[in-house]
Design a protein around this ligand. Structure first.
Ligand code: GCW
Length: 732
């Protein structure tokens, strides 16, 4: 974003000058030359646009030599649109990595060619023993083998579909960047989850709810006539990490997106994304069948239809959705389905008509089923009528509905029972709906974790959730196994990440936020990958695989989430952030709806702090299976990271460190900010090794990050001190 903006400003300034001064033609020519020069420099500067797809030239001469020796041509044995993308990507990637153009060849393979294709496109002798492996990789998996013993020798990337070959090609390019040998390749990879989705909270006016990277990527006013290059680049980036679905619009859905003129725009995007293996989904507003009249009583507009109801059991409503779905599929034959936020935060839903979430979801599912579409019905509900404790409400509403959803319905559940807080225990719903496929909803955008200002590597957090053992079927009932279907034998599986992308040149507002987009895709493909492994892939592909960069940047990233928890909400504290913006701290917030205030959650007074959710309090612990229930219930066994989530504890409570609770809180708040200060030092030490623009961008972010982390620490400690009456203790 940086230099491009500068050149644009210079350009405008020049244009104005030219007009005012009426400079001679030669002068104008010179000015333009300067502008063009700056412009071309800016094109060369690393502005972060290329994400992890930079394909930095291989620096090690021996390695380069060995790669060039076994990669003398590219043969893509297929003619689909996806195959064209595969060929382009391999040419681009190998050309840049090996600093030489690799020619495109044809079958049969010549010596040292890279052959890519599906069984339909490849001759049997090329496939040989690979056919057996392909039987295990499904629609999207791939096989990469080096056929060194063959005459002539070649490398094969094979898959059952063209999209599998695209995934395989991106994997192959990553192997090269990591400096792995190509001599004995035998890679078989299959995604562990079927639906790997981004959820965009993008509005039709171009704004993005909880977006911190500029405006929406979708230019609705230009579509369908104008196809922005960024749509292709977005799809390419997603394909490179295996994301295969995108919900284009906010769950707080504007029904107008289902109008014919908008659907044409959606179809244009779907056409761009299709060859990259990405299906388009939409968030649907449950009131869509209503007429557009303003409903004074409910203080909101109706839908885009002509009905006076959206009752899911009314035949006219059911027919309305069937017609709408038919209309969508006529334009988008591979449309994915609907994501729905219903009876939540003012969004309409079936309960308005005395119907259940299952009634609502099933009505839509029935309309979508003939076309292979699905419904992702969100469980983010917290009706105060249901329970005094907000964290218990979704469970109480949804568990009784287990087994009542049609087979093409997911219930989509946020990772924690509250709302994407810096740290929560896993939502107990994941352990309590065995008959329903549950889609895990993670938030890539950092709504509560410092927006695009704080450097927080979220894979560490996501791994903690995925590895969380719910004990739903004894030991080993991890969230990962609930989500990948292996625990309860579901074949429909999926994960959704609320996207952090926007119109900013570097896509995500903070260069390091790209790592979270990357990590989400990689974990969606294979949740057994470690946070360390993913960080090192991303660092290497972004900054180069220099050992100092790798070790320094990964040490920054790997502790960043825990540090953020420490300076924001240590020891199980939660929901003490600023109202509405959710950026800085506001522990004193007491006005407004009770379950949106901070004091409702931390309950600090002279005696102590914390929300009693044990059996002597709200008994939220009872929603977990034994032995978790007992573990969380007992203050002496409750993991300290969840202490104030489940317990109200006196300030003098003795922690495992030997410190009192008050001392421990001080220690955590200070340790958190100290970590950020160390990240700054680490980053500065890398200055000679990092492109200047990237270095400056991150440096400036870290400066602000440190400043704002201190505000968190000092605001919270000073506020809580009013109750504890004890001195604030900085780190020695
Ligand atoms: O956390 C809350 C956010 C809302 C969001 C809602 C949800 C899209 O503050 O902005 O609305 O969650 O997940 O539906």
């Amino acid at each position: 974003m940086f230099l491009t903006r500068v050149s644009a400003v210079v350009e405008i300034a020049c244009r104005n000058d030219l007009k005012r001064m009426r400079v001679p033609i030669l002068g104008a020519f010179l000015v333009c030359l300067i502008v063009l020069t700056i412009g071309s420099c800016s094109a060369k500067a690393d502005d972060g646009y290329n994400l992890w797809l930079r394909y930095r030239p291989v620096e090690n001469a021996d390695l380069l030599q060995s790669y060039r020796a076994v990669l003398s041509s590219i043969v893509v044995a297929d003619t689909s649109d996806t195959a064209i993308i595969v060929e382009k990507e391999l040419q681009r990637g190998l050309g840049s990595l090996l600093q030489t153009q690799i020619p495109v060849g044809s079958l049969p393979p010549s010596a040292n060619s890279l052959v890519v294709g599906t069984p339909q496109a490849l001759p049997a002798p090329v496939l040989d023993d690979v056919l057996q492996m392909l039987r295990t990789v499904g629609r999207e998996g791939f096989v990469i083998v080096s056929k060194r013993g063959e005459q002539p020798p070649f490398i094969l990337i094979a898959a059952n579909t063209p999209i599998g070959t695209l995934y395989g090609s991106f994997h192959f390019l990553r192997i090269l960047q990591e400096g792995q040998t190509l001599n004995n390749l035998k890679i078989v990879s299959t995604p562990r989850l079927q639906y790997r989705m981004l959820n965009h909270w993008d509005n039709l006016d171009g704004s993005v709810e909880r977006g911190y990277a500029g405006r929406s990527l979708w230019k609705w006013d230009e579509l369908p006539a104008t196809i922005d290059q960024r749509y292709h680049d977005y799809a390419r980036a997603n394909a490179s990490i295996g994301i295969n679905g995108t919900v284009l619009n906010n769950v707080n859905a504007n029904p107008e997106l289902l109008l014919p003129n908008y659907l044409k725009k959606v179809a244009a995007l779907a056409d761009v994304f299709r060859p990259y293996g990405i299906r388009v989904f939409l968030s649907a507003n449950f009131s869509s069948p209503l007429s557009a009249q303003f409903d004074v009583e409910k203080n909101r507009c109706g839908g885009i239809g002509e009905l006076d109801t959206s009752d899911p059991l009314d035949p006219r409503v059911r027919e309305w959705w069937k017609r709408k779905v038919r209309e969508i599929y006529a334009l988008i034959p591979d449309f994915g389905g609907f994501l729905v936020k219903a009876n939540s935060e003012g969004m309409p839903g079936p309960q308005e008509y005395g119907r259940s979430h299952a009634d609502g979801a099933n009505m839509l599912a029935e309309a979508l089923a003939p076309y292979g579409g699905i419904v992702m019905w969100r469980a983010f509900v917290y009706d105060p009528e249901v329970d005094l404790d907000r964290t218990k409400r979704a469970y109480k509403e949804f568990v009784p509905l287990d087994g009542r959803f049609l087979p093409n319905v997911f219930v989509q559940v946020k990772n924690g029972p509250l709302d994407f807080q810096p740290r929560e225990p896993v939502s107990p719903l994941f352990g309590a709906m065995p008959k329903t496929p549950l889609m895990l909803e993670l938030q890539i955008t950092q709504e509560y974790l410092g927006h695009s200002t704080h450097l927080v590597y979220l894979a560490s957090m996501w791994k903690e959730y995925l590895d969380f053992d719910l004990h739903a079927k004894g030991v080993g009932s991890t969230l990962a196994r609930v989500v990948d279907g292996s625990l309860h034998g579901h074949s429909m599986t999926g994960i959704a990440g609320v996207a952090n992308t926007g119109s900013d040149r570097e896509w995500t507002g903070h260069l390091f936020a790209q790592a979270n987009w990357y990590a989400f895709g990689r974990l969606a493909w294979d949740h057994t990958l470690s946070a360390e492994q993913i960080a090192s892939e991303w660092i290497g592909m972004t900054f180069g695989f220099h050992p100092t960069i790798l070790s320094t940047v990964s040490s920054m990233m790997l502790g960043a989430w825990e540090a953020c928890v420490n300076y924001m909400t240590p020891l199980g504290l939660h929901h003490i952030m600023q109202e509405h913006v959710h950026y800085g701290p506001e522990p004193s917030l007491a006005k407004g709806r009770e379950d949106w205030t901070s004091v409702y959650y931390h309950r600090a007074d002279k005696e102590g702090i914390g929300y009693n959710r044990s059996s002597s309090g709200s008994n939220a612990v009872s929603q977990y299976h034994p032995p978790l229930r007992e573990l969380f219930d007992d203050v002496s066994t409750c993991p300290e990271k969840y202490l104030l989530w489940f317990h109200r504890v006196p300030w003098t409570h003795r922690m495992s460190s030997g410190r009192t609770l008050w001392e421990e809180m001080n220690y955590r708040y200070y340790a958190g900010t100290q970590y950020v200060s160390r990240m700054q030092d680490h980053w500065r030490s890398l200055q000679p090794l990092i492109a200047a623009e990237l270095f400056e961008h991150v440096n400036a972010k870290l400066k602000q990050h440190y400043h704002d982390a201190i505000i968190w620490r000092d605001t919270c400690l000073t506020y809580f001190q009013k109750f504890s009456g004890l001195p604030i203790i900085p780190l020695p």
